[in-house]
Design a protein around this ligand. Structure first.
Ligand SMILES: C[S@@+](CC[C@H](N)C(=O)[O-])C[C@H]1O[C@@H](n2cnc3c(N)ncnc32)[C@H](O)[C@@H]1O
Length: 181
């Protein structure tokens, strides 16, 4: 089982790099491949390909797309799980469907209908495929993050909650938010 993140933004933003690093910390380098990366020297912590997933002739693959009809289940058996490496926009613009699932024609699954950050979606799918039911996971939607004293910003995504009920957002992303990235 390999997790493929097809980078879809025109640039590789610091924010995306931070999310990608978070994915590797949780899943391990050997389980993940980043594709469609113009300059792999910028992702030295990961397996990386300049090629797009569209040129890879994969079999038994599934795209994770919020627009899919069916939710991912621990019984889903595919060799590859493909995600869009895109920073979310608000409201969501169905870019995963437009740029990935409709183009690839593979089966697709959702993780609920609410948009998650790419790292959250990958980690949630990883947990489900390792036996957790979606209903057993705890989420926080649209968390408010303190940017500086008396100034908060809402992140319009769904995040996993930690054991203290706080959203799991990686440190580097929090720093970028505070810097005004
Ligand atoms: C930030 S999301 C992008 C969502 C984007 N707004 C869109 O238009 O599709 C990045 C990636 O995480 C995965 N993802 C996020 N939320 C998901 C969900 N609820 N169900 C399935 N996949 C999801 C998808 O693979 C998606 O391409």
């Amino acid at each position: 089982m390999k997790f493929i993140i097809e980078h879809l933004d025109t640039e590789l933003y610091e924010w995306s790099r931070a999310e990608y690093e978070h994915i590797i910390k949780v899943l391990g380098k050997e389980n993940v491949l980043f594709t469609n990366i113009k300059d792999c020297s910028k992702l030295q912590f990961a397996e990386c390909a300049e090629k797009s997933v569209k040129e890879m002739n994969l079999n038994k693959a599934c795209v994770l797309d919020p627009e899919a009809e069916q939710i991912l289940s621990p019984d889903d058996k595919f060799d590859y799980f493909i995600f869009g490496g895109i920073l979310g926009n608000n409201p969501p613009e169905k870019r995963t469907a437009e740029f990935l699932s409709q183009k690839l024609g593979f089966e697709k699954r959702n993780l609920g209908k609410k948009q998650m950050s790419t790292d959250t979606a990958v980690i949630v799918a990883w947990k489900i495929l390792n036996g957790k039911k979606f209903s057993e996971l705890k989420f926080i939607d649209d968390p408010e993050i303190e940017i500086e004293e008396e100034m908060n910003s809402v992140m319009p995504y769904r995040y996993l909650a930690d054991e203290n009920g706080k959203p799991i957002i990686c440190e580097k992303v929090l720093k970028l938010m505070k810097k005004g990235w």
